[in-house]
Write a protein that binds this ligand. Sequence first.
Ligand code: ADP
Ligand code: MG
Length: 227
Amino acid sequence: MTAAIECRAISHSFPMAGERFQVLNDINLTIERGEMVAIIGPSGSGKSTLMNLIGCLMTAEAGELSILGTATSGMDRNQLATLRRDHIGFVFQQFHLLPRTSALDNVKMPLMYAEQRLNDAEQRARECLELVGLADKLQNHPSQLSGGQQQRVAIARALINRPDILLADEPTGALDSKTSAEIMALFRQLNQRGHTVVLVTHEAEVAAQADRIITVRDGQLQLPEAS
Ligand SMILES: Nc1ncnc2c1ncn2[C@@H]1O[C@H](COP(=O)(O)OP(=O)(O)O)[C@@H](O)[C@H]1O
Ligand SMILES: [Mg+2]
């Protein structure tokens, strides 16, 4: 069985003041299917860049990324978009929901780009909202929901295409500690249903919920302390 995510010698730089700023440096990382992994590290260490690369939202300058055994180098924008649509769900710190749009329509949104029939989309969106515990909030707009509920809508939206991999960049960063714990319990539940989960956090209590913690420092993976 191939890994969910495999990074081989991934490096990336951004232009800065006429030079290049090396944001990731020789990242080698394998995340197996069914794992729940937390990525931690100081602000600016490259966590979001790594997540965006893994999520195929951008392409690394050097190295090889494979998703579920498929090498992504050489893929064009459309192929990357298809890979993302079929296999990856993304959750962000700021929920990025459309305002003045019901929870149901927010969750249905990604299916507008798929070739599925609309009545199927509706049913699927309802199921995803039920799964995250919002069966009674289908018609609420984001402004009529708490922060935790809005993040649940965003998670339901990430689930709509039945992704193998769920990526979450600081998903509890805008939530209080009690709500964070509830959202982490939801990620654990989704992991138990078979989704590979990778999340970035700077909160130790959040990271402790994962099976494995990976530390990024100055664009490099820090090896676990030998015990
Ligand atoms: N699009 C970009 N262009 C230039 N520099 C960037 C860009 N994205 C991130 N950076 C820089 O790369 C470094 C790592 O950023 P990021 O991956 O967001 O770190 P983290 O998520 O760990 O805080 C930071 O110094 C940031 O300013
Ligand atoms: Mg970040």
